[in-house]
Design a protein around this ligand. Structure first.
Ligand SMILES: Cc1ncc(COP(=O)(O)O)c(C=O)c1O
Length: 441
């Protein structure tokens, strides 16, 4: 029995068995999954429910969850005040459209108060939509078409994002490589690529393209790679000097690194910023925010005018998502919340490093704040080029062994620590990693 299984109820709680669910899923879902990941049969599972830092599958097994709803669940699963807010909201109506609802106005006020660059926000349903609209607003505002993004940077599932997220060939900057089939052949003409953490490269590309360049978009901390001192400030200066907008994609960093996001944490203010995940507390809420002058592009009174940027969506301002977001933000405002979260995350990160060292595995627990990952490499990466030098096969294998020993992580993907991961979760995490390291030999 694995460490995470010892303290659990083994009665299968699922309405159907694991095998029955997978038989259906394989018949009706491509790859038998929800997209994105295809897990080996011996580690995959069907979630029955989530509770704080753990998930229970339909067979009754508990998993310590470091996927955290892809980072949306900074308070873990079913946090009491968030559940209560959703319970309060649901009887009032699950969804409205076309005019304001109370909770959407309340959340917008909190977001504008918290996000340094935002005098106004426009709602979206997802983080992908938030980056898509940030790019659209930037194009409408500047009258230019091109967007510069970083190699290895992910901004969602739309066509402008899916260039050089994980390029297969060596990069020929600023040309991008499509990551997916199905995009128009000329899409790449409007997407330029730079290495992350390299101001000289950005400066050169921006100068050479400034007449066509609407914006530079960047994850302030790209995946698990943090900005070098002065990088974000340098981007800010280059964009200002060349009249190009700077967009921070805060879909992950927003309200995770600190209240308000990376722009508050690092003290660098972009022109526009995109949020998702935490702002909806696990519900369908994202937003793009910026100064009133720029956000005026999407004011619907301008509909029909040449420079109006259309933003609209069925679920925008969804009251259930806004209720979850409001309750989440309230908790995040508790004095000391982030110091405690970062302290807890540093604790489990360093305990995992001790286990790796004790097994003499050439792997590092890299990352900062509450986002980190175990990677087989010997120095902190500065960009995607460094990152792919890592031994990804071993990185994946170790993660799969940890899954077999009771952790829910995705192979070779970064982890999120939540504020409710308990001492017991950490004890069991260390034991799971220890067993996984032994299995690697
Ligand atoms: C930095 C970043 N931007 C955008 C997105 C897209 O967000 P969503 O999956 O909500 O569309 C993600 C998703 O993980 C992300 O990590």
């Amino acid at each position: 029995m694995t460490p995470a299984e010892t303290a659990i109820d083994q009665t299968a709680p699922g309405a159907m068995s694991h095998d029955e669910y997978y038989a259906i899923a394989e018949a009706v879902l491509p790859g038998g999954g929800l997209g994105g990941y295809s897990l080996p049969e011996d580690v995959r599972f069907v979630i029955h429910k989530g509770e704080a830092g753990r998930l229970q599958d339909v067979r009754g097994k508990w998993h310590i969850d470091y996927v955290g709803g892809a980072g949306a669940l900074i308070l873990g699963h079913a946090f009491p005040s968030v559940v209560e807010a959703v319970r309060d909201a649901a009887p009032d109506g699950l969804h409205f459209f076309g005019t304001l609802n109370e909770r959407a106005v309340q959340l917008a006020k909190e977001l504008v108060e918290a996000i340094p660059c935002a005098e106004k926000i426009a709602y979206t349903t997802t983080g992908s939509e938030a980056t898509f609209y940030a790019m659209r607003i930037a194009r409408a505002f500047t009258g230019r078409s091109k967007i510069l993004k970083c190699e290895g940077g992910y901004h969602g599932n739309h066509d402008y994002s899916n260039f050089s997220v994980s390029p297969r060939a060596a990069s020929n900057f600023p040309a991008g490589q499509p990551d997916t089939a199905g995009m128009p052949a000329n899409m790449g003409e409007n997407v330029l690529i730079s290495p992350y953490n390299d101001l000289d490269a950005v400066r050169q590309i921006v100068k050479a393209n400034k007449d066509d360049l609407a914006a530079v978009i960047v994850e302030p901390a790209q995946r698990i790679i943090f900005p070098k001192d002065g990088y974000l400030e340098g981007l800010r200066d280059i964009c200002t000097e060349n009249g190009v907008l700077l967009i921070f994609d805060e879909v992950v960093t927003g309200f995770r690194l600190g209240y308000g996001g990376a722009q508050a944490y690092f003290g660098v203010t972009p022109d526009l910023a995109s949020y998702g995940k935490i702002v909806g507390g696990g519900g369908p809420v994202g937003c793009v925010g910026g100064p009133a002058e720029i956000m005026e592009q999407c004011n619907p009174v301008n509909r029909g005018k040449a420079n109006y940027a259309y933003i609209n969506g069925t679920l925008h301002g969804n009251p259930i998502g806004c209720a979850a977001g409001l309750a989440t933000l309230e908790e995040l405002r508790t004095p000391g919340f982030y110091d405690r979260l970062h302290g807890r995350a540093a604790e489990i990160q360093s305990r995992c490093q001790e286990v790796l060292d004790a097994h003499k595995l050439p792997a590092m627990a890299i990352g900062r704040g509450s986002l980190w990952q175990i990677v087989f490499m010997d120095k902190e990466p500065e960009n995607f080029g460094d990152f792919i030098q890592a031994d990804m096969a071993s990185t994946r294998e170790l993660d799969l062994h940890q899954m077999r020993n009771g952790l829910y992580v995705l192979p070779a993907v970064r982890r999120f620590v939540s504020s409710v991961h308990s001492d017991q979760d950490f004890e069991d995490t260390v034991k799971a990693l220890d067993a996984a390291c032994s299995a690697m030999k």
